[in-house]
Design a binder for this molecule. Structure first.
Ligand SMILES: [Fe+2]
Length: 263
């Protein structure tokens, strides 16, 4: 393993409830997060950073953030987060996670930018002027460092009609900024509870499975899959290239309730 390589882990969409035994679609979401974190905690080379890309809480409850933070602290690894549509960004920032919101991080030669695509009381994604200005500013100020972008919602369709209406509704503005810069090496999102990859806006877009249940790929209407909880490894090499792979837990879900009509 190259000593100059930065090792990131993306975890996404934990959907933690207000109680330990909370279930969503029959899945104990705190338990599946715990299983994912236990696997990460067992790596021989611990990751340099864990990026949590939103929907930390299922219902934005304060207690859910306390339970999430407790699990992350057991791991004793640095992490950062950004909000999703199920989160209450104000509740998170009031101190219920130990890690502050860090929209720009330096990691060796790399820069890691987080954008907030969540809007109050809406399921779909949107990039406010402040977020787009922040991105444009970061990329203009530092046009050479290889850079990653993390967001909750994807900017383009992933092939599920019911989810695709929830993508960032002004992604053409994001695309215009990205096309002016050559140093964004990848965009990583959550929200869609499935693995997807596409070349877009002169860079690579990746979505990542949730730490709870997954949605069925290529489904027109809401549908769950039986894939187990997952996460993504991202290796940032000193020469500005990256390698990435999705990892699913070896054990399947014992109780995914497919009767759920929506979430
Ligand atoms: Fe979401």
């Amino acid at each position: 393993m190259d000593a100059d390589t930065q090792h990131l882990i993306q975890i996404t969409d934990p959907h933690i409830g207000p109680r330990r035994d909370y279930r969503l679609a029959g899945v104990e979401t705190l338990e599946t997060l715990r299983l994912v974190l236990a696997e990460i905690g067992g790596f021989t080379a611990p990751p340099d950073l864990i990026c949590v890309t939103g929907d930390i809480a299922a219902e934005g409850a304060t207690e859910a953030y306390r339970l999430f933070t407790q699990q992350m602290q057991f791991l004793e690894l640095p992490y950062q987060w950004l909000p999703g549509n199920h989160d209450d960004a104000r509740v998170i920032q009031e101190g219920f996670t130990a890690a502050p919101y860090w929209p720009l991080l330096e990691l060796g030669a790399w820069r890691v930018i987080s954008l907030n695509t969540a809007q109050p009381d809406a399921v779909g994604g949107h990039l406010a002027d402040d977020e787009l200005d922040f991105l444009a500013h970061c990329l203009t100020r530092d046009p050479l460092s290889p850079t990653l972008l993390f967001m909750h919602h994807p900017p383009i369709p992933v092939g599920c009609a019911w989810l695709d209406t929830q993508r960032i509704d002004n992604a053409e503005r994001l695309e215009a900024i990205l096309r002016q810069h050559a140093n964004v090496r990848g965009i990583f999102t959550g929200h869609v509870h499935q693995e997807f990859h596409a070349h877009w806006a002169g860079t690579e877009l990746y979505t990542t499975p949730a730490t709870c249940f997954q949605f069925r790929a290529a489904s027109r209407d809401f549908a769950l899959s039986e894939q187990p909880p997952g996460y993504r490894r991202i290796n940032l090499h000193a020469d500005g290239t990256l390698t990435t792979e999705v990892v699913f837990l070896a054990q399947g879900l014992t109780r995914v309730d497919k009767q759920l009509a929506g979430y």
